[in-house]
Design a protein around this ligand. Structure first.
Ligand SMILES: Cc1cc2nc3c(=O)[nH]c(=O)nc-3n(C[C@H](O)[C@H](O)[C@H](O)COP(=O)(O)O)c2cc1C
Length: 164
C-alpha cells in the first residue's frame, strides 16, 4: 500500500487541537553565554530513571550549543510569560536581553519567575524526522505551586481555567 502524503499545514492545524504547556530550554554555551529556545514538545518520560523528553528541530541553532553543555534546564513558562515565549522563539536574536535568570544547583540558567523547572543532563538522542527526539536525565527539579502555567492551543496562548 502506498504511503499517503500529508500536507504540513493541515497536520499542524489538526494537531494544534492537542493542548500543551510551553517550556524554554536553556544552557550556558561553551563561551559562558546563556542560550535557549522556546519548546512546546516537552513531556515527562520516565520515573525510574527520571527522564523527560523534548524535540528540537534539525534547524535549531541553539540545540547544538545546548547538547554539548554539561547540564541544561527546562523552564516551564507561567501565565504571564507569552512575551518571553515569543522572545525565545526568534532565532538569531539576543534572546536573553532584559531576561533575569540565575544558575541552578547544577549551573544551568533558570529563568526568574517560571512556574517550574528541571535541571537535566543529556541521556539519549533519537531520529525524529525533521526533529531530534531528546531524552534527558533529571538532576534536580522544583515547582512554584502558586503560579499558573501558560498554555498553547490551536496556535494561540491561553491560561488555565478549572472545570466545575
Ligand atoms: C509556542 C512555540 C512552541 C515551539 N516549540 C518548539 C519545539 O518543540 N521544538 C523546536 O525546535 N522549536 C520550537 N519552537 C520554535 C523555536 O522556538 C524557534 O524555532 C527558535 O527560534 C529556535 O531558535 P534557535 O535557532 O536559537 O534554536 C516553538 C516556538 C513557539 C512559539
Amino acid at each position: 500500500m502506498t504511503t499517503p502524503l500529508i500536507d504540513s499545514d493541515h497536520m499542524r492545524r489538526v494537531l494544534g487541537h492537542f493542548c500543551s504547556g510551553i517550556t524554554v530550554i536553556t544552557a550556558l554555551g561553551a563561551d559562558g553565554r546563556p542560550v535557549g529556545f522556546t519548546c512546546q514538545s516537552f513531556s515527562s518520560l520516565s520515573l525510574d530513571p527520571p527522564l523527560v523528553s523534548f524535540s528540537p528541530a534539525r534547524t535549531s541553532t541553539s540545540w547544538p550549543l545546548i547538547r554539548t553543555a554539561d547540564t541544561f534546564a527546562v523552564n516551564v513558562l507561567g501565565a504571564g510569560h507569552a512575551e518571553l515565549s515569543h522572545q525565545f522563539a526568534r532565532s538569531g536574536t539576543d534572546k536573553f536581553r532584559d531576561v533575569r535568570w540565575a544558575p541552578g544547583q547544577f549551573g544551568a540558567p533558570i529563568l526568574t519567575g517560571v512556574t517550574a523547572w528541571a535541571e537535566c543532563r543529556l541521556w539519549a538522542e533519537y531520529d525524529g524526522g525533521d526533529h531530534t527526539i531528546v531524552a534527558a536525565r533529571v538532576l534536580h527539579l522544583h515547582a512554584d505551586t502558586d503560579t499558573d502555567a501558560l498554555l498553547y492551543y490551536r496556535g494561540a496562548y491561553h491560561i488555565p481555567a478549572p472545570v466545575r
